[in-house]
Design a protein around this ligand. Structure first.
Ligand code: MCN
Length: 783
């Protein structure tokens, strides 16, 4: 890489974000705006008998109180699910307001519009809704058995069954011939994204032109624009969607929400700006949750513990409705249940099941943390079965560095990898042998604080994605990305991107890419994004796709600019284009460096157009849409070191080592920040966070007092390492990193806890591994 790429440029967006100067949806003051509050069902499953809005409508400063019946004609289609994973997938109509039956606690049934937020909140309490409560399907396994139906009109809770079994006979043969087998069951609790900024939307109608500006705390302004048009019947070209500063999303803002559609139709109906801001406690129920899976995984292996087949069966909690990509989330993991291991036979089946809980959808990693957890926990079970060290079992099974590109048993092509080197590096940083010695000596002296060392080796499929492969998965959109690069007359540059950052530092990264290609100082480059009137084409940010796809589009657009500049330079230097070389922002005739022209002068020539070659348009602008040929497959090895107190069950995460390989790095500082954040989210799943529902479907962890988001005090300094194995798929050799930390972390931590207690007979601890759960696991092992 060049002088700029691969360097630790501080994030230019941070000064605004860290000093409170950034403007989020709630910071926008819109003259004449009206405030919306939603009346939400207190029941998880109930029939609506009646809704009386009269009392609320009579409250001071109330403009309107509306129900589904009042707004029926405003909606053209229900809220979208863009991923019909099977032709017979069951998808109950999901409207912004429920009319007959509610299917989760928190589902909106009426909307109050008032002149102030306080007035709207007050009036909300005066809406009288009568319900007949129905039995709720809450526990996932029970729901899968159809014991209670989540939707009265459906005959089953199963939304779909999706098999990926390339060769069933091969799997059966492998299990029949296996010397060792293991069969494990794991549960992924539901998680709440808890982005620092809750959701919010503000719609400004232009009364005479029929245009609308929709400000939303979203990850997907471009997708939202299309879907808002389809849902409301407003022509797409009349809509402008803007995502101002967005305070994190972690997948939860990759959605089209009822509140967004409602605010738009209310703005149309009332001709006034409409705003809704989510409250924290409201968001825990109203914003999609993540995970929610029960996994069964079986490994077949030969006498040495070499895995010959993987069979995984997953039951995935859809929640009450299918949101934008709900059904596809577990499938993103469905291709990688064999992880980093060279396995010939593969079987994966997922059953998507409705429950009367908040809908689930993408949450950092989306399917891949679940898959990684299953294989990285079960391979340790295999190590115990075979009687070898967790390091050794992995070495025996790794796909070797010389096997890449590697055709997997699930039908993917892993682009590049070197798993042994990443493992070596992680072991070196951890001081693995010393840790094992320390562990043994504690056991010898009967210390009640046990040391545990947990390993997790992961590979993930990211950089969503090749549109053609997404078509095979029945995904409702493509996976390309768009960029435009404009060199202005004064050689300042505007980079317009279709990605929509909400914490990932694209303004810095894309400026670095453009600076590197164009030879223009990074401070002369501005990156514009997240406003569909400025960035008219794009598919937004999720799936660790932005660098591999969107960054590549910037790279390719720069190259088109350079090719155009070359025509102008050749004309002025009176040289053949082929004789020109472009180095550090300067064209010069090969072998005659004195005959040269900087890009600054070419930019001005392109602007004045006084002397351009024939057929060259007067601008130095180019755009590129890039659709990759394959996903990218970052990988890494994480090691967690824990102290477990046998007497209290308390787990202290004392060290965390993360060696990640995301190919060439644009900005290692940003990469490290992404890994830090990701690791903490994975650690949080392992140790702290859980959305707990009671039998009636009431969320018992609806506030930050009950839902344990870890703070800096709960997480040790993370010791980072890198290996660099460039991707052959992307021109910069870069792979994604935004989800890597989360994917690696949870199995490393739980493996460490089990490792600490293995001599006591503990083989599993459920997530989150609370002191109570760990203590109970110890007592059960003793019994
Ligand atoms: N990067 C790099 N070199 C690489 C890989 C990445 O320098 N080889 C840099 C990129 O240039 C970019 C950043 O790392 O600045 C992340 O890039 P990428 O891996 O392409 O991921 P995305 O930008 O597509 O981000 C999405 C990813 C996802 S899916 C979730 S969920 C997530 C995450 O990013 N949510 C986040 N990180 C988050 N970070 C914050 N602060 N907030 C969230 O909500």
């Amino acid at each position: 890489m060049s002088a700029v790429l691969g360097t630790r440029v501080p994030r230019r967006e941070d000064a605004e974000l860290l000093t409170g100067a950034a403007r989020f949806v709630d910071d926008l003051r819109i003259h004449g705006e009206l405030h919306v509050k939603l009346v939400r069902s207190p029941f998880a499953h109930a029939r609506i008998r009646s809704i009386d809005t009269a009392g609320a409508a009579a409250r001071p400063d109330v403009v309107a109180v509306l129900t589904a019946t009042d707004l029926r004609d405003e909606f053209v289609t229900p809220l979208p699910c863009a991923w019909p994973v099977t032709p017979d997938m069951v998808n109950p109509a999901h409207w912004p307001l429920a009319s007959d039956e509610v299917h989760y606690a928190g589902e909106p049934v009426a909307v109050v519009v008032a002149r102030s937020r306080v007035a709207a909140r007050d009036a909300m309490e005066w809406v009288v809704v009568e319900y007949d409560e129905l039995p709720a399907a809450v526990d996932l396994e029970t729901a899968a058995s159809d014991a209670t139906l989540a939707h009265s009109e459906l005959s089953s809770n199963t939304a779909y069954v999706w098999p990926l079994v390339p060769d069933p006979d091969a799997v059966d043969r492998a299990f029949a011939a296996a010397v060792h087998t293991v069969k494990e069951r794991y549960v992924h609790q539901r998680l709440i994204a808890m982005a620092m900024e809750p959701r919010g939307v503000a719609v400004v109608p232009e009364v005479y032109g029929g245009n609308y500006i929709v400000y939303s705390a979203t990850q997907i302004p471009h997708i939202l624009k299309v879907q808002l048009g389809l849902c409301t019947g407003i022509d797409e070209h009349k809509l402008r969607v803007v995502a101002p500063s967005v305070g994190g999303g972690f997948g939860s803002k990759l959605d089209v929400y009822g509140e967004e559609v409602l605010c738009l139709v209310l703005a149309r109906r009332l001709g006034r700006p409409i705003r809704w801001n989510e409250e924290r406690g409201e968001g825990t129920q109203a914003t999609v949750q993540g995970r929610g899976q029960i996994q069964q995984i079986e490994l077949a292996a030969d006498a040495e513990g070499r895995i010959t087949a993987v069979r995984a069966e997953v039951v995935a909690d859809m929640g009450a409705y299918l949101q934008l990509v709900t059904p596809g989330v577990p499938l993103l993991g469905g291709f990688i249940y064999h992880g980093v291991y060279d396995v010939a036979a593969y079987s994966f089946t997922c059953r998507g099941v409705f429950t009367n809980c908040t809908p689930t959808d993408a949450y950092r990693g989306a399917g891949r943390p679940e898959a990684t957890y299953a294989i990285e926990r079960s391979i340790e079970a295999l190590a115990r079965e075979v009687g070898v060290d967790p390091v050794e079992i992995r070495r025996r099974n790794f796909i070797a560095a010389d096997q890449f590109p590697y055709e997997t048993c699930a039908g993917l092509t892993y682009d590049s990898g070197d798993y042994s080197t990443a493992l070596d590096e992680a072991l070196r940083i951890a001081g693995y042998e010393q840790l094992r010695t320390e562990q043994a000596s504690r056991r010898d002296r009967r210390d009640t604080r046990h040391l545990g060392i947990g390993i997790s080796a992961y590979v993930e499929m990211c950089g969503l994605a090749p549109s053609r492969l997404l078509a095979q998965l029945s995904f409702g959109a493509g996976g390309w990305e768009h960029a435009e690069v404009r060199v202005l007359p004064t050689a300042k540059v505007e980079v317009i991107t279709g990605t929509s950052p909400h914490g990932q530092g694209h303004e810095t990264s894309w400026a670095m890419i453009a600076s590197d290609r164009l030879g223009i100082p990074i401070d002369h480059i501005e990156v514009l994004h997240s406003d569909t009137a400025i960035s008219h084409l794009g598919l937004d940010t999720y799936g660790s796709r932005s660098l591999a796809v969107g960054g590549t589009a910037v790279y390719l657009a720069c190259d088109k600019v350079i090719e155009k500049a070359r025509l102008i330079a050749a004309h002025h230097l009176e040289a053949a284009e082929a004789d020109l070389e472009f180095v550090d922002g300067q064209f010069s005739v090969r072998g005659t460096p004195a005959r040269s022209l900087p890009i600054e002068m070419i930019a001005f020539e392109a602007f004045t157009a006084h002397n351009l070659p024939d057929g060259v348009e007067p601008n130095l602008t180019a755009s590129a849409s890039y659709d990759p040929q394959n996903f990218t497959f970052p990988f890494g090895v994480h090691i967690a070191v824990v102290d477990v107190d046998e007497e209290t069950g308390a787990v202290d995460l004392v060290r965390y080592i993360a060696v990640d390989d995301c190919g060439n790095m644009v900005n290692p500082l940003i990469v490290e920040g992404q890994v830090h954040g990701g690791v903490v989210q994975g650690v949080a799943q392992a140790l702290f966070e859980e959305a707990v529902y009671d039998d009636a479907g009431q969320l018992r962890t609806a506030s930050l007092a009950d839902y344990l988001v870890p703070s800096a005090a709960e997480v040790p300094g993370i010791e980072l390492g890198h290996t660099i194995t460039p991707s052959p798929v992307t021109p910069m050799g870069a792979k994604g990193v935004g989800e890597a930390g989360t994917i690696g972390a949870a199995p490393a931590v739980i493996n460490a806890i089990v490792d600490a207690l293995s001599h006591l007979g503990v083989t599993d601890v459920a997530m989150p591994a609370t002191p109570e759960r760990v203590w109970t696991a110890i007592q059960e092992a003793r019994r």
